[in-house]
Design a protein around this ligand. Structure first.
Ligand code: FAD
Length: 370
């Protein structure tokens, strides 16, 4: 057992909340802070693949996710009219609403005894070697054995400790997302391709009654959309799709606030993911494009593996070395596959079969131990 007793987790998103819970279960005193003042209550859906469900099962949270979301085992491809072109079995995953996942992860961490505080960040940090001295934004000062930077793709803690070299860069694609009632047809990961094959709409079930849809837009430059017009701009973009799933869902989108628009900013920090006693976790270390629906899953795996390394290793350097060794190659495979799929979609001559084959092959890889 390591000499790690007290941990600060910075960020309580999917990765931070999972780490707070997994480390608390491993017997550590956990303090978790997040700069946002409240747990998100809105947001789109998320797809938790088979490996993510396995990681959640390891820390006893898979059933809660399945109860709140919906299990699925199929990957389906359609044309723009909704005609089914191909249906492939997929390893069992779960779709759910993001706020529900946040509620489950944060609830588990708090119930296990982690101290979660919101509206707080780090003002200063000094890694002394034997401890990390931290000044919080409210002026309090604490000492920790380990600091986990789980503050997302735009991690300020990563910039502070690793320098600005690994800041996220635009991947040439953005996502439009909106929630909708679930038609029976959306019983798995569903894709709809435009007539020329160059545009893709996806649908993922998030509960028995709900699903979410996404549209991927390619652009050379980082796009900025006017906040109040997202619903109008989305309609324009989905004009050519006559699939009833898309038309009926879109008919219910009447306000800009129902639509989320997000450019894909990506980064992969090379191993090792630590400097001294500060370790990167989740999007702070690896923010992929979302084609493999795995960024959140990789963050959850990071958290579970970190807790396992804490339990198995004698010292902080050993723990963090072991963590990077177990995580980097696996994360890189998923990051590369996601980016390859993104680039396939940006290709002037799209080839959906090639994309589907890579997706299914990477699903298989994810079945290997984390
Ligand atoms: C369009 C899209 C679809 C996706 N779909 C899927 C999917 O289906 N399945 C999947 O597994 N993944 C998916 N992902 C990826 C997934 O959303 C991310 O990988 C995941 O949210 C990363 O979690 P995280 O906790 O590392 O970072 P975040 O979720 O970004 O959380 C970071 C947290 O840190 C806090 N924070 C930020 N800065 C500070 C600071 N300075 N001090 C304190 N706190 C701070 C933030 O408030 C936030 O709560 C998708 C991503 C996108 C963009």
């Amino acid at each position: 057992m390591t000499q790690t007793n007290k941990v600060l987790v910075v960020g309580s998103g999917i990765g931070g909340a999972s780490a707070a819970y997994a480390l608390r279960r491993a017997g550590l005193e956990v303090h978790c802070i997040d700069s946002k003042s409240a747990t998100p209550t809105t947001g789109a859906g998320i797809c938790l693949l088979h490996n993510t469900m396995r990681a959640l099962a390891t820390i006893g949270l898979a059933d809660q996710c399945l109860d709140s979301g919906i299990a699925f085992e199929v990957f389906k491809q359609h044309d723009f009219t909704g005609r089914l072109l191909a249906s492939n079995p997929a390893p069992p995953g779960c779709g759910m609403r993001r706020p529900e996942l946040a509620r489950i992860l944060e609830g588990a961490a708090a119930s296990a005894g982690a101290l979660l505080e919101r509206g707080l960040t780090i003002s200063d940090l000094n890694d002394r070697g034997d401890k990390v001295e931290v000044t919080l934004s409210d002026g309090r000062q604490h000492e920790y054995d380990l600091v986990v930077a789980a503050d997302g793709a735009y991690s300020k803690l990563r910039d502070r400790v690793f320098g600005t070299e690994y800041q996220a860069r635009f991947a040439g694609q953005s996502a439009w997302r909106f929630n909708a009632p679930r038609p029976a047809e959306v019983d798995g990961f569903c894709l709809y391709r435009s007539a020329d094959g160059k545009r893709t709409v996806g649908a993922i079930p998030t509960s028995r009654d709900t699903c979410y849809l996404f549209f991927l837009e390619n652009s050379a430059e980082h796009l900025h959309m006017p906040d109040g017009e997202l619903h109008v701009l989305l309609r324009e973009r989905l004009e050519g799709f006559s699939a009833p799933v898309i038309r009926d869902s879109l008919a219910l989108v009447s306000e800009s606030s129902q639509v989320l628009f997000r450019p894909f900013d990506i980064t992969l920090v090379p191993a090792p993911w630590h400097r001294g006693r500060v370790v990167l976790l989740g999007d702070a270390a690896h923010s992929p494009t979302p084609q493999m629906t795995s960024g959140g899953g990789m963050a959850i795996e990071d958290a579970v593996v970190l807790a396992e390394c804490v339990a198995a290793c004698e010292s902080i350097p050993q723990t963090l070395q072991a963590h990077s060794q177990r995580r980097f190659e696996r994360v890189k495979v998923v990051y590369d596959a996601s980016l390859q799929l993104c680039n396939y979609e940006r290709d002037p001559v799209p080839n959906p079969q090639r994309s589907a084959a890579l997706l299914l092959k990477t699903y298989q890889y994810l079945g290997q131990p984390m």
